[in-house]
Ligand binder design. Structure first.
Ligand SMILES: [Zn+2]
Length: 302
């Protein structure tokens, strides 16, 4: 494909604003190659649950990095959502009026979209951000997660196959209460042996909030929005451990933390996800830096 050709698939006037007016929240050109990048997907986390825990101080680790943004899910279940996110189409601002109003952190060079990377975006080569980051010198790690990352079936090998290194263990499965602890323990062990000079892109699929999650709330016998929130509180503590050690060992890192879709607990008669419902289509999102400096003032060990 000739990159100089204007895109004829998307109205070009959409991109006038994208290239002239938007101020990006981060400059990925200053991050890529210089910092580790951690993409943490809190699989299935609902925006309303995340916002409620933020307000109730149930997630002190994540709270210290600013409020959740309300965003549109790229898909209504893990598979479509991750195909979009791994191509750079992260959850988009909830109130965006057009494609051009989504902030692109990673811009796929090979797909139209005006053919010119917006300000602040890292224009990557290849079919996924992992391929682009590999070309930019990153070691790419995948730690699953839900069965789309379990490498136990053909479908479960698709996403892990996009990474240089991919890992899944039975102790990471949704049905294991301690799965976030087991995932973080595993990552921290891998980190001990990682080359200091080689930048890491880590994708972590946290599946604790996904069904089943009733065991995170004492006395609960089935999943509900309350047990979903309790799972998030458990995850928050484990992320605190991950961030603390990452800062100590690797200095700085840029973190993208979001959900891929929500899920229904009986709203309007709906159950689970894979269907379009407002609580499935709206997700929490934030990106932030973890820096060595400031670790003393941020007490994340509680
Ligand atoms: Zn999912």
């Amino acid at each position: 494909m000739d990159e100089r050709k204007p895109s004829n698939e998307v109205p070009s006037r959409l991109f006038l604003d994208m290239h002239t007016e938007q101020n990006p929240s981060v400059d990925m050109e200053q991050i890529v190659g210089k910092q580790d990048i951690l993409f943490i997907c809190l699989d299935t986390l609902r925006y309303d649950a995340a916002a409620a825990e933020e307000k109730a101080q149930g997630t002190p680790v994540l709270n210290q990095f600013g409020p959740w943004e309300k965003r549109q899910a790229p898909g209504n279940f893990t598979y479509p959502s991750h195909h979009a996110m791994f191509a750079g189409f992260l959850p988009c601002r909830f109130d965006a009026k057009s494609l051009a109003e989504r902030e692109m952190l990673f811009f796929p060079k090979s797909i139209g979209m005006g053919n010119q990377a917006p300000k602040g975006a890292f224009a990557y080569e290849g079919s996924t951000i992992m391929e682009g980051l590999l070309k930019a010198g990153y070691d790419t790690w995948c730690v699953g997660g839900v069965s789309f990352f379990d490498k136990r079936s053909d479908l479960g090998k698709v996403f892990p196959g996009y990474f240089e290194k991919s890992y899944w263990k039975p102790s990471f499965a949704c049905t294991v209460k301690e799965s976030p602890k087991n995932q973080v323990d595993f990552i921290l062990k891998k980190l001990e042996k990682a080359e200091e000079s080689k930048r890491i892109f880590l994708y972590l699929n946290v599946d604790a909030i996904h069904y089943p999650n009733y065991f995170y709330l004492d006395g609960a016998r089935e999943d509900s929005l309350l047990t979903h929130r309790a799972a998030l509180r458990y995850v928050d503590k484990e992320l605190g451990r991950l961030f603390q050690v990452w800062r100590e060992r690797r200095d700085n890192g840029f973190v993208i933390c979001c959900s891929d879709h929500g899920t229904c607990y009986g709203e309007d008669g709906c159950l689970f996800h894979g269907i379009n419902h407002p609580v499935v289509n709206v997700v929490p999102y934030k990106h932030f830096f973890i820096r060595k400096r400031g670790i003393d003032e941020a007490d994340i060990s509680r």
